[in-house]
Design a protein around this ligand. Structure first.
Ligand SMILES: Cc1cc2nc3c(=O)[nH]c(=O)nc-3n(C[C@H](O)[C@H](O)[C@H](O)COP(=O)(O)OP(=O)(O)OC[C@H]3O[C@@H](n4cnc5c(N)ncnc54)[C@H](O)[C@@H]3O)c2cc1C
Length: 226
């Protein structure tokens, strides 16, 4: 984590919030829902921790900005300081949560939304906030149970929803990494905007592909999860 952001996160004011629900989506992935006390822009994040002894970590909001609950999607990092504890929480437990912040913001300009793993979260917030009707959504996962919210995305995006799976196969799912899918596209429209969200490895590789295909850097928006 870069020092500037670490300092910023450490200085954030955290407030107690009650956990209203926790839902398991896959073996190691959960949606956690808390009371909604603040307005936010789709794409923003919250800093969250269980108690003051653990530095807060950042999580993209995955619910819509008109909903009366705030949700995040997270997966357990083995040996991690926070996520194993988050996964054991029960409704009624307390969390420490910041106000929403961040600048990875969706809007109504046509775009390709690209995500790896839990990096899908902000796009769910965007569609639930009324954005993205004509966009492409491209999601990469190692396993087929990692296509979080696919039953919501399928009717919304139709054939503009592309799932890429690197380690398992399934009908309707591209067999390979999303970078491989992207390289195979004859047309990557130069006039669109490209949103990238997920691991640094994915974001850097996709950014390189896009730049090599003539996309201007000013049209590439990135949110790196670290
Ligand atoms: C802008 C932003 C948005 C994000 N949004 C999301 C989101 O929506 N969903 C999501 O799941 N994540 C998101 N993240 C990532 C999230 O903030 C955390 O980094 C992640 O959940 C870490 O979990 P943890 O605290 O349990 O693991 P950590 O304690 O941070 O550990 C992470 C890994 O590093 C290893 N590790 C820790 N310390 C050491 C060490 N000293 N030496 C070697 N290995 C070590 C651990 O074993 C573990 O595997 C986001 C990150 C950013 C920056």
């Amino acid at each position: 984590m870069d020092n500037g952001l670490t300092g910023y996160i450490k200085n954030l004011k955290l407030q107690k919030r009650c956990l209203s629900n926790i839902e398991r989506l896959a073996d190691d992935a959960f949606v956690l829902t808390i009371e909604h006390k603040h307005d936010f822009l789709p794409g923003q994040v919250l800093a969250i921790t269980t108690d003051k002894s653990v530095s807060p970590r950042l999580y993209s909001i995955c619910s819509g900005n008109q909903e009366n609950q705030l949700s995040i999607l997270f997966n357990i990092k083995a040996g991690g300081m926070l996520t194993p504890a988050l996964s054991k929480l029960k409704p009624g437990d307390e969390l420490l949560v910041s106000n929403p912040f961040g600048s990875f913001l969706g809007d109504n300009q046509p775009a390709w939304w690209i995500a790896a793993g839990t990096g899908i979260a902000p796009y769910r917030s965007m569609i639930r906030s009324g954005l993205g009707k004509h966009n492409m959504l491209i999601h990469g996962s190692r396993t087929t149970d990692g296509f979080f919210f696919e039953s919501e995305f399928m009717p919304f995006f139709g054939d503009r929803y592309v799932r890429c799976c690197s380690q398992e196969t399934k009908d309707g799912v591209y067999p390979g990494r999303l970078t491989q899918w992207l390289r195979g596209q004859s047309l990557i429209p130069p006039s669109l905007r490209y949103y990238l969200c997920g691991s640094a490895e994915m974001v850097v590789e996709v950014r390189d592909i896009l730049i090599s295909r003539g996309i201007g850097i000013e049209n590439i928006m990135s949110e790196i999860y670290f």
